[in-house]
Write a protein that binds this ligand. Structure first.
Ligand code: GRG
Length: 318
């Protein structure tokens, strides 16, 4: 074993440990935030809505986005409790997007995280409202004083999450995706070129992952150079994540992945795997991992776990 591969193996093991640690902390935090008692300004928490929101956000999920917030915030020695709150806001948005993406009007999926999707476990109306509730709750959490004592930091987090999640981010990307499938107009799938696919994916998947990385920098009041470095890292991770997801769809086993696979081909989805082929896509993944690792150069060994996270994204099996 070379010194570099030994260092990578140690960082990979530490990455697993840290991801598990964030997942455990996230479970406790989401459970606390989504408790039965109304908080100031709320009248009541309707039991069925709360249960559907808990179903969609507790138990399951890798918690990779909160992990990114915690690790990037850790580069600036931010308190873990604050990073976990920002991580939970990002996770609420992510979980809402999965609930709505699974609806019959969108991807019409029955299985998510190895369990029935929210609209199967409850009903469509409850799933739509649970998604709405989770999305709104994310901004509630970011606006709380316990998230950061400086209101300017909280405001910046709110704005960054809104921009990543909304019209020009994830929701916009989902619209481009549905349009490319031929859901509207004449019903014919659009033949997107590589740059159009990259834009779609940067919005649909990349924006929230990138925000998870810049979220740590905002929380840590990082300087411009550090912010740009983390944005470059987050951008590369976001692209890699989507390619890995497309490879899992093309080649993965539903029992392992926890959701239906081979859906992209059936839906004539515009993906980079379709354009580059599986081998070409794996080559692109390797380039993106290298770019993500290099983006962290100025943080030195402190960022080894984030470098391991980039490798994990490319190699993940679920
Ligand atoms: C409905 C507004 C709206 C947006 C949908 C999330 C999304 C946008 C579409 C889902 C399609 C998809 C599978 C995209 C690939 C990237 C992705 C979000 C994968 C799932 O994320 P993981 O692997 O899931 O982090 P877990 O379950 O681990 O949290």
């Amino acid at each position: 074993m070379t010194a570099e591969s030994e260092r990578n193996a140690a960082a990979d093991a530490l990455f697993r440990q840290r991801l598990d640690g964030v997942a455990a902390d996230m479970e406790n935090m989401l459970d606390r935030l989504l408790g039965p008692e109304p908080v100031e300004g709320e009248r009541a928490r309707p039991a069925r809505l709360l249960a559907a929101m808990r179903y969609a956000s507790l138990a399951g999920g890798k918690r990779f986005r909160p992990f990114l917030v915690v690790e990037t915030a850790g580069l600036f020695d931010c308190p873990r409790s604050q990073a976990l709150l920002v991580g939970s806001a990002v996770e609420f948005v992510h979980c809402y997007s999965l609930v709505h993406d699974d609806l019959p009007a969108m991807d019409n999926d029955d299985l998510r995280r190895g369990r029935p999707t929210a609209h199967k476990a409850y009903d469509e109306a409850s799933a739509i409202l649970a998604g709405d509730g989770l999305l709104t709750f994310a901004f509630d959490v970011l606006a709380r004083e316990e998230t950061h004592t400086d209101p300017a930091v909280r405001m910046e987090l709110v704005l960054a999450l809104a921009r990543a999640a909304g019209l020009g981010g994830m929701v916009g990307g989902q619209m481009l995706d549905l349009s490319a499938e031929g859901r509207f107009a004449n019903g014919e799938p659009e033949a997107l070129d590589q740059s159009e696919i990259e834009t779609l994916e940067a919005m649909k998947t990349g924006a929230l992952l990138r925000l998870a990385c810049s979220g740590g920098a905002i929380l840590g009041k990082a300087d411009r150079q550090a912010r740009l470095a983390l944005e470059r890292y987050g951008t590369a991770i976001g692209k890699a994540f989507q390619i890995a997801d497309d490879l899992l769809d093309a080649e993965g086993d539903p029992a392992m992945v926890g959701k239906a696979t081979h859906k992209d081909d059936a839906a004539h989805k515009a993906t980079l795997v379709r354009i580059l082929g599986a081998e070409g896509a794996r080559g692109k993944l390797a380039e993106l991992v290298a770019d993500a690792e290099n983006a962290l150069a100025s943080f030195g060994a402190k960022a080894d776990v984030l470098r391991a996270a980039a490798r994990f994204v490319a190699e993940r099996k679920r």
